[in-house]
Design a protein around this ligand. Sequence first.
Ligand code: RIB
Ligand code: CA
Length: 326
Amino acid sequence: MSRHQVIIDTDPGVDDAAAILLAMASPEIDLLGISVVAGNVGLEASLVNACKLAALAGYCNLPVLAGASRPLIREPVLGKYAHVGRFADDLVPPTDLVPQPDSAIRFIAERAREAARRGGGITLCAIGPLTNIALALRLHPEVAPGIRQIVMMGGAFAALGHRTPWSEYNIHADPHAADVVWRSGVPLTLLPLDVTFQALFTEADFSAFEARDGVCGRAMAELLRAYDRSDEKRFGRPGGPVHDAMAVAWLLRPELFHGREAAVGVTTCGPTAGHSWADFHGVTGQSPNAHVIDAVDEAGYRRLVTERIAGLGATREAPEGREIVA
Ligand code: RIB
Ligand code: CA
């Protein structure tokens, strides 16, 4: 099996935690490191949360590195769970793990250079504001050939925004960075709110995380219970989205998803800054620059996430009739 060489760029973040643990639970992924960006919470809390997750999953040698503490140009705007800050110690145990002293931007550039020298390419799995990746591409433009693809959670096209009616948070938080990344020419797969809103996790999923008594599954269930993401008024049914895990799930099981090629772009200034658009029908005359995912097998996605994370550090076999998701 050829493994994806992945750097996760993240602002952990409860749904980021699901993405990170899913990647750590999946042999298809060779996780090179975690680059951290301010977003859901400030950079310092994001770094602590990333280190806590790495320690919990036993990835004690995994490079965790600090990136941007603020957006390229606009004023910082944290996520709606900013008050969460660091994950509570009773949800995710404390750790002595600390970030590496190097810069995340330099780390991304170095890994991309190495990959290009090998004739390969890394995958950047971007699940926060795109500031780090924009800086890596602008400060080290020669590394683009070493980036095989960027798979990112972000944007809202057919779906309304949630942070504002016109924008999804990762793009809203740094629209200039999104503009740099989306114009870079690096192959891009986008998982917008259009598709992440289609998969809602409920208490049944939280119990599935805990089914094998693994520390990671238990922590994931507790984080999702503690920071309720359900919104029956918006979604018309129980449960809440776990946006970021979908970016990792696409790498693992692309057959669970449907997508279309489109030219995508973002408004960077003015009253609707952060608005993202997708031209699926060539009306702008712009060539497609992204593969935009617009549908998911919800049951298959939820099962992949819950069963893989339940198996991370599990102390009990899978319950009867629930084989491990290949
Ligand atoms: O809009 C959802 C995105 O914003 C997710 O990545 C979430 O973690 C926040 O960063
Ligand atoms: Ca995130």
